[in-house]
Ligand binder design. Structure first.
Ligand SMILES: NC(=O)c1ccc[n+]([C@@H]2O[C@H](COP(=O)([O-])OP(=O)(O)OC[C@H]3O[C@@H](n4cnc5c(N)ncnc54)[C@H](O)[C@@H]3O)[C@@H](O)[C@H]2O)c1
Length: 219
C-alpha cells in the first residue's frame, strides 16, 4: 500500500506530531490544508513536509494541498494504529500504575490486556479491570493471548531477565522505560523512553536563554 523503503527514524519520529496536528484540524472542521500552511503551523519547511509524506507515496494534490481526513487515515495506517495492538505491563509500581491508568493509549488502539509484578501486595489487585498477575504467569499469558507489546517498568537490575521472559512468550515489541539497554532477538523491536532526556533538552534551552539574558545584562 505504501512505498516501503528505508525511512529514517527522524521522519518516523515526526509522524505522531503530524497525526496530532491533523487530528486537531479535523476536530476544528478544517477539511483541507496546503503543505505551506501545514508546514508554517508546525514550524517545518513546506519541502520538508512534502518530502516526509513522499516517503509514503505522498497524499497531496498539486494546487489542492491535503485533504485532512485522507491525511489522517493514511497517518493512522502508516503508524500501524489501525491494528489494535495488545499490550502488557511488567512492573506495576509508580510508573506502571500511571501508564495502566492512562486511557489515551486505549483511544489510540493499544489495548492493555495484562499486568504483572512480583509483589504479593499487588498481585490479585486490578487496575481498570485488568488483574495484576504474578510475573511467573507472564510467559504463558503472552503466548496464549498473542500479546504484541511488553512495557518494561521494572527496576533496571531485573530488566533483561523480564525482557527475556517477554521474548520467550513471543512478544514482538518492547517499550523499555528502564535505564538498562536490553539485548533483544533480531525480530523484536525495542523503543527506549527516557523522560529525563526531554527534561535535559528543556534544561539546555533554558540555560541558553539565561546565558543570553546574563550577557545582555552585563552590556
Ligand atoms: N524512562 C523514564 O523516563 C522513567 C521514568 C520513571 C521511572 N523509570 C524507570 O521505570 C522503572 C520503574 O520505576 P518506578 O518508579 O515505577 O519503580 P517502582 O519501584 O515504583 O516499581 C517497580 C515495580 O516493579 C516490580 N518488580 C520488581 N522486580 C520485578 C520482577 N522481577 N518482575 C516484575 N515486577 C517486578 C516491583 O514490585 C514494583 O512494583 C525503573 O526502572 C525506573 O528507573 C523510567
Amino acid at each position: 500500500m505504501f512505498k516501503k523503503k528505508n525511512i529514517s527514524l527522524a521522519v518516523i519520529r515526526r509522524l505522531p506530531r503530524y497525526l496530532r496536528y491533523v487530528e486537531d484540524l479535523l476536530n476544528h472542521d478544517v477539511m483541507r490544508i496546503s503543505s505551506s500552511e501545514l508546514s508554517q503551523r508546525m514550524g517545518y519547511t513546506a519541502s520538508q513536509v512534502r518530502q516526509d509524506f513522499n516517503n509514503f507515496g505522498g497524499f497531496g494534490q498539486q494546487g489542492y494541498g491535503y485533504n485532512t481526513q485522507v491525511l489522517y487515515e493514511n497517518l493512522v495506517k502508516i503508524l500501524g494504529l489501525d491494528r489494535h495492538f495488545k499490550m502488557i505491563i511488567a512492573g506495576v509500581g509508580n510508573l506502571g500504575q500511571a501508564l495502566a491508568n492512562y486511557t489515551n493509549f486505549y483511544k489510540k488502539g493499544f489495548r492493555l490486556v495484562g499486568l504483572f509484578d512480583v509483589d504479593p501486595q499487588k498481585v490479585g489487585r486490578s487496575i481498570r479491570n485488568v488483574e495484576i498477575k504474578h510475573i511467573n504467569k507472564m510467559r504463558e499469558f503472552i503466548k496464549k493471548n498473542d500479546v504484541d507489546i511488553g512495557v518494561l517498568c521494572v527496576p533496571a537490575d531485573v530488566a533483561q531477565e523480564v525482557a527475556n521472559l517477554m521474548m520467550e512468550g513471543g512478544i514482538k515489541g518492547i517499550w523499555n522505560f528502564t535505564a538498562k539497554e536490553i539485548d533483544v532477538k533480531d525480530d523484536v523491536v525495542v523503543e527506549n523512553v527516557h523522560l529525563i532526556d526531554s527534561l535535559m533538552v528543556l534544561s539546555y534551552r533554558l540555560n541558553e536563554k539565561l546565558i543570553e539574558k546574563e550577557n545582555a545584562d552585563q552590556k
